[in-house]
Design a protein around this ligand. Structure first.
Ligand code: ZN
Length: 80
């Protein structure tokens, strides 16, 4: 598992959408790779913060995972 693959699967991993083998590989990479581990930590913080803000302000947020994927996918710039 390399960093690009790991980062691409992070949001699915966080949501528990990966298969047993895939989540195992991601978990293993996160434990061995400090940068990706840090990214995953920040993802959790973003999701928690977004959830808190949603509760406090009753705002409707876009899908956090989608935002996350856009942040780390330079190729998927929005077409405006
Ligand atoms: Zn990595």
């Amino acid at each position: 598992m390399n960093c690009a693959t790991s980062l691409g699967m992070l949001s699915d991993y966080h949501d528990g959408l990966l298969g047993e083998m895939e989540s195992l590989l991601v978990r293993q990479h996160l434990s061995e790779c400090a940068p990706c581990g840090g990214v995953y930590y920040e993802l959790e913080m973003i999701v928690i913060k977004a959830g808190e803000l949603k509760d406090e302000c009753s705002l409707t947020f876009a899908n956090e995972a989608l935002i996350w994927q856009r942040m780390f996918s330079p190729s998927s710039q929005p077409n405006t």
